[in-house]
Design a protein around this ligand. Structure first.
Ligand code: ZN
Ligand code: ZN
Length: 142
C-alpha cells in the first residue's frame, strides 16, 4: 500500500494561551503569529513580556551547569549563546515564576485576600449596582 507523505502529516496547527496576559497565540507548522517564549518551568508567554535579567553570578552558574567554560569578560556573550541554543529558557528567568508579571486572576485573588473580600458577595454587589456589563465597563473606564 502506498501512503502519501507530506500533506497532512507534516502540517500541524497549535496554539497556546499566554500564562501572563491570557492572549491566545495561534500557530501553524511551529511558527506563531507572534513571538513566544517557553520556559522550562512549563510557562509559555508571548514575547511582549520581558524575561528577568540574569545576574552575572547566575550566568556563571548556568554556564558551569551546562559544562561550558568561558573567559571572565565574555560571560554575557557565552550566556546568550547558550540560551540561543536551547529551545526553552531556564525557569530562573521566567517573569511569571519570579513575579515580575502577575496574571490578573492571581492579582485579584491577592486583593480579595488582603481586603478580606468575599467573592460571592462582591459578585452580588456588582450585579446589584450595575446590572449589566456595559454599565460596569463604563464605570471602570475600559
Ligand atoms: Zn502575553
Ligand atoms: Zn515560570
Amino acid at each position: 500500500m502506498k501512503i502519501r507523505h507530506g500533506f497532512v502529516s507534516n502540517s500541524s496547527s497549535s496554539s497556546f494561551i499566554c500564562a501572563i496576559c491570557g492572549d491566545l497565540v495561534e500557530g501553524w507548522n511551529s511558527s506563531y503569529d507572534r513571538d513566544l517564549t517557553c520556559y522550562d518551568c512549563g510557562h509559555e508567554v508571548c514575547g511582549d513580556h520581558p524575561r528577568r535579567e540574569a545576574t552575572i553570578q547566575e550566568m556563571k552558574d548556568f554556564i558551569a551547569k551546562e559544562g561550558e567554560t568561558c573567559e571572565e569578560d565574555e560571560i554575557v556573550e557565552c550566556f546568550q549563546e547558550l540560551l540561543d541554543d536551547e529551545y526553552e529558557e531556564p525557569a530562573f528567568l521566567c517573569p511569571l515564576c519570579n513575579l515580575d508579571a502577575i496574571p490578573d486572576f492571581l492579582f485579584m485573588n491577592y486583593l480579595l485576600k488582603i481586603f478580606k473580600i468575599n467573592e460571592d458577595s462582591m459578585r452580588k454587589e456588582i450585579k446589584a449596582r450595575f446590572g449589566n456589563m456595559e454599565a460596569l465597563k463604563s464605570f471602570l473606564g475600559k
